[in-house]
Write a protein that binds this ligand. Structure first.
Ligand SMILES: [Zn+2]
Length: 445
């Protein structure tokens, strides 16, 4: 373990803008930031031309442990994360067994403490009868409600139960928003279809909008903190923009819903493009981008949901929904910067600053004295291709296989310690830690 690290003459993405200078890390925190520091340190990083960014915080991943460790584990998923500059992840509860009790939540935290490369925390899942567990869970980022069906069996669709959860929740509620009844009706209608693009016709914009309206009404009724996961439709963007949303209702988008569009993506990738909610037309993606630029949508996440290649190769109707993505989040988002559609500060806000504020994460997501030293060092000019064969995730594929991108994460630091450098990984127990939350007061991102 290094006691101190000095980054010399590096481009830094700071809250006030992009600056050139030095950063001294002592222990697990940032000690000083200045145009020039003369301190000595155990390690000096002085490669010119590199850019220091806050480590990314992906608040929406599925690392499959316990229960489906042939697809991914906390170790393999977090290794993929740090290879792409993600230094903190929040993992979803649809495991086997599902994370629906305090005991299961503890099990995952314990497992992560012995195997994770990145900082971590875990949502607890709502069921029809676990309100007491939801309330009891401590230092937990939020309560996940599958208001529509998705992978796993944690559907909560009953109004009385939803009312109770929204009334009594003592932590943020995060929802998968697709109306279950509408999706089921459509499933009957398209039963037997072998055309994967029917996935969009089953999981319609109307089903997403109906559920989002219902969730917003519940949150407003109980003045409850609500975070809407992976928004996908123009209809939701436009409706939410007109609602004059209170600051306690926030929204995220997945990078793939911005970048991959129907019908082409289904023609090219088949069932590998099948995710919930579905990939839709570029018209929807354009409105999502608008929602992001306007600040309706605060953060970009991955919904990293790996399945093995042979599982995804099954015909439509049998193939599971979900795609990986945690390791390509930052490289893909950097393309908006290179295309001059975003600044480095925008990228950093979407991937680090906003997630920190959305969940009140304690002292992460920005490069500031006193904050934890979670960094990604990026070679902004490096051109490379995302390829299945170099995927770090255990699933071994990416929907972005063959995409040429510019900007490569070359080093990743978690709590002041280097965990990744150009293809090499460094693990030691105790580097990564469970993130904590500053307070329960919601702050607008
Ligand atoms: Zn998800």
């Amino acid at each position: 373990m290094k006691e101190s690290t000095l980054f010399k003459n590096i481009q830094m993405v700071l809250p006030e803008g992009v600056r050139q200078g030095d950063v001294l890390v002592v222990g697990d925190k940032v000690s000083k930031i200045a145009p020039s520091l003369s301190d000595s340190a155990d390690e000096v990083i002085a490669d010119s031309g590199l850019t220091l960014m806050p480590g990314c915080i992906d608040t929406h991943v599925h690392f499959r442990e316990p229960g489906a460790t042939h697809k991914e584990t906390i170790a393999s998923g977090s290794k993929a994360a740090v290879s792409g500059g993600v230094t903190t992840f929040f993992d979803m509860p649809n495991n086997s067994p599902a994370t629906i009790t305090v005991n299961e939540l503890h099990w995952k935290k314990q497992r992560a403490s012995n195997s994770s490369f990145a900082n971590y925390n875990f949502y607890i899942g709502a069921t029809l009868d676990n309100l007491d567990e939801l309330i009891k869970a401590e230092n937990c980022p939020g309560i996940k409600i599958f208001m529509g069906s998705s992978t796993g069996n944690m559907l909560v669709d009953d109004q009385k139960i939803l009312d109770d959860i929204f009334k009594y929740a003592n932590k943020p509620i995060v929802i998968h928003s697709e109306d279950e009844t509408m999706v089921r009706d459509n499933m009957d209608r398209y039963k037997g279809s072998t055309d994967v693009s029917d996935h969009m016709n089953i999981r319609t914009p109307e089903a997403a909008l109906a559920c989002t309206k219902r969730a917003v009404a519940l949150a407003k009724k109980h003045q409850q903190r609500l975070h809407i996961l992976h928004l996908t439709t123009a209809e939701e963007v436009d409706w939410l923009m007109n609602q004059n949303l209170p600051p306690y209702i926030t929204v995220e988008v997945c990078i793939q819903h911005l970048l991959l569009h129907a019908p082409r993506v289904y023609e090219e990738l088949g069932t590998f493009a099948q995710i919930n909610p579905p990939l839709r037309s570029s018209a929807h993606a354009d409105r999502l981008w608008h929602g992001l630029r306007q600040g309706l949508i605060s953060s970009i996440v991955t919904d990293h949901a790996p399945h093995l290649i042979e599982e995804k190769h099954q015909p439509f109707g049998q193939a599971p929904s979900g795609m990986p993505g945690v390791e390509t989040l930052l490289p893909l988002t950097l393309q908006f910067y290179h295309q001059k559609n975003a600044t480095l500060n925008d990228v950093s806000r979407w991937l680090s600053g906003a997630p920190q504020r959305l969940f009140n994460i304690d002292r992460r997501g920005q490069i500031l004295p006193g904050y934890f030293a979670d960094f990604v060092v990026v070679d902004l000019d490096a051109s490379w291709a995302i390829e299945n064969k170099t995927t770090v995730s255990q699933c071994g594929w990416s929907a972005f296989d063959g995409w040429k991108v510019k900007g490569k994460p070359v080093m990743t630091f978690v709590n002041g310690q280097m965990v990744f450098r150009e293809g090499e990984f460094f693990y030691a127990p105790g580097i990564a830690s469970e993130v904590s939350f500053a307070s329960s007061v919601p702050i607008s991102a």
